[in-house]
Write a protein that binds this ligand. Structure first.
Ligand SMILES: [Mg+2]
Length: 272
């Protein structure tokens, strides 16, 4: 049964925009939903830019957004570690924006060793936790450093589980591929995932919105992250067919989303 909805949480890639273009109906639909009093929040698993950059992009596309209305997996991880384990020394397989985000939360990021020898490894005893994220500069040395640290007992954290990341021009390997490599190497499983479908993302989203999960609607194009997270959190869910999922994929699920819409304009006709 449809429930009254006070807040809508939107995935970004494949839901609101693709590359540098807003998807059809997105700008108009979000403006109208806000006019109807719905609070909005945008959630991305990409840890490649600070929240302000995503907010600026949405604003540029015609969806005025401030930084507080955007959550990234990097932000969720930083916020979680700052409150639960602020003293860990982190070795980051990730890009500069992630390191800056974590340092911004007062966390300690172990610096890269700038040696010429590519097999050189930071002393794994100086690493309390390995953080894995999308890293377009990933190399053997980083993989080996993470491997040695994990073998020595470091915690194993990751920003997001996605195996690939959509980019203009085609998708590229994402954190999930590196997580799989390290899991294979160590025989361990990742200890903590921050981004969708993690409950950590739900916690941060709900805290930012100040709205109970039962009064939230999660909208996204991925069934295994966006829709799964919303459902497990007790939110209403809507899959949008503008991204990676088809109607058949959605209908085939044991517990299909509450709504299947072609694009975000479909939200305007829903009873909520
Ligand atoms: Mg998406």
């Amino acid at each position: 049964m449809p429930r009254p909805i006070d807040a809508i949480i939107f995935d970004l890639d494949g839901t609101v925009y693709l590359g540098e273009d807003a998807l059809p109906g997105a700008v108009e639909a979000i403006a109208e939903l806000r006019r109807r009093g719905k609070r909005t929040l945008f959630v991305s698993n990409k840890p490649l830019s600070p929240r302000a950059v995503y907010a600026a992009k949405l604003t540029r596309l015609g969806i005025p957004t401030n930084e507080r209305e955007v959550i990234t997996s990097a932000y969720v991880l930083g916020r979680h570690l700052a409150s639960s384990a602020p003293h860990l020394r982190l070795y980051v397989i990730g890009e500069e924006s992630l390191r800056a985000e974590l340092r911004g939360f007062g966390l300690t990021v172990v610096d890269e060793l700038m040696g010429q020898n590519h097999q050189e490894v930071i002393n794994p005893t100086g690493i309390d936790a390995v953080v894995v994220a999308l890293d377009r500069t990933l190399d053997y040395r980083k993989l080996n450093t993470a491997y040695q640290a994990l073998k020595a007992g470091a915690h194993f954290f990751a920003t997001n589980p996605d195996s690939t990341c959509p980019m203009p021009g085609g998708d590229i390997p994402d954190a999930g591929a590196t997580i799989a490599a390290l899991e294979h190497l160590t025989g361990r499983r990742v200890d903590l995932l921050a981004g969708k479908p993690s409950p950590l993302t739900v916690q941060v989203a709900v805290a930012e919105l100040g709205v109970e999960p039962s009064r939230c609607l999660m909208v996204g194009d991925r069934l295994d992250t966006d829709i799964r997270m919303g459902r497990e959190a007790g939110m209403m869910t809507a899959v949008v067919l503008s991204g990676v999922s088809s109607r058949a994929d959605a209908e085939r699920m044991t517990e299909p989303p509450d709504w299947i819409i072609d694009n975000l304009e479909g939200l305007l006709a829903l009873e909520m």
